[in-house]
Design a protein around this ligand. Structure first.
Ligand code: NAD
Length: 281
């Protein structure tokens, strides 16, 4: 073994680039959780991670009924109960009554992950898209949370999935940026409203997570400028300090930490997972 091969004292055997850490089995034993946008991408990974960590019951909400049922089955295969609520966040009454029925049956709620969202682009005067995006991303999160609050136990956990565009602007994205900035303000205010009960409320700010949403965005941007999507993806990777997209599972891991007992003192925070893209800003 050469001197260069000698492990640095205290160092952990190196992670393989692109590998994802595991869940902590049993850590969330007996917990009930609501996850929105659970049919694919980050929400699906959150649902699987919670089940792997021992959560007893998951209430999964998404507008894509078929995909949602597939994820519910994956969760059941991991040993947790799963209720699939197929509803569009804009159908407030269906969302409220579906959640209430499921939560009444569960009796209580420990974890709420508000993850569902859309990233539709809009021009500065496109009011239709503005209203739709805010209705889903911001008002939808408020409505789900409001329906869950009466069941949320003391020391419960809420995580709102914002975005790196919750702190920055992007062309043709006033609606998305406003909704994601709004979620950070909502998180801070709600954290204070619920702090006396030991409930924590935090925002996670993903960027460049390899999900169907990101793939759609890259394809749309490439088409707009007549570029090759594969080339755009390569350029994107180069602009990320870790030189790769972030796995959906890695965003889920941060959420898994925030909903665990280990994060009992973390509240009102905005935590970014973006491979270093925003350079710590
Ligand atoms: N992928 C990224 O790089 C990235 C970056 C920043 C923020 N985010 C945020 O992370 C969250 C998850 O994103 P993703 O990349 O997994 O997206 P995705 O499009 O892959 O998955 C989003 C899920 O939300 C569901 N959904 C969307 N609108 C809904 C509605 N009105 N009612 C019910 N369900 C609805 C979709 O059906 C889908 O299953 C979103 O809030 C997104 O804004 C993602």
């Amino acid at each position: 073994m050469s001197a260069l091969d000698t492990p640095v004292p205290g160092s952990v055997p190196g992670p393989v680039p692109g590998s994802v850490p595991g869940s902590v089995p049993g850590e969330l034993a007996g917990r009930t959780a609501v996850v929105t946008g659970a049919a694919q991408g980050i929400g699906r990974e959150v649902a699987l991670l919670l089940a792997e960590s021992g959560a007893a019951r998951l209430i999964l909400l998404d507008r894509d009924a078929a995909q949602l049922e597939t994820v519910a089955k994956e969760v059941r295969d991991l040993g947790a109960e799963a209720t699939a609520l197929a509803a569009d966040l804009r159908e407030r009454e269906a969302v409220r009554s579906g959640l209430r029925t499921a939560l009444r049956a569960a009796g209580h709620l420990h974890i709420l992950v508000n993850n569902a969202g859309v990233a539709d682009e809009n021009g500065p005067d496109d009011e239709e898209t503005w209203l739709r995006v805010l209705d889903i991303n911001l008002h939808g999160t408020f409505a789900v949370t409001a329906a869950c609050l009466e069941y949320l136990v003391d020391k419960g956990r809420i995580v709102n999935v914002s975005s790196i565009l919750g702190k920055a602007g992007k062309m043709r994205n006033t609606a998305y940026c406003a909704s994601k900035h709004g979620l950070i303000g909502y998180t801070k205010g709600l954290a204070l409203d619920l702090a006396s009960r030991g409930i924590t409320v935090n925002a996670v700010l993903p960027g460049w997570i390899d999900t169907p949403m990101l793939r759609r965005e890259i394809a749309a941007s490439a088409e707009e400028i007549g570029a090759d999507p594969a080339r755009m993806l390569r350029q994107a990777r180069k602009s990320i300090p870790l030189r790769r997209l972030v796995e959906a599972r890695e965003a889920a891991e941060l959420i898994g930490f925030l909903v665990s007992d280990r994060a009992a003192a973390v509240t009102a925070q905005s935590l970014t997972v973006d491979g270093g893209y925003t350079r710590g800003m």
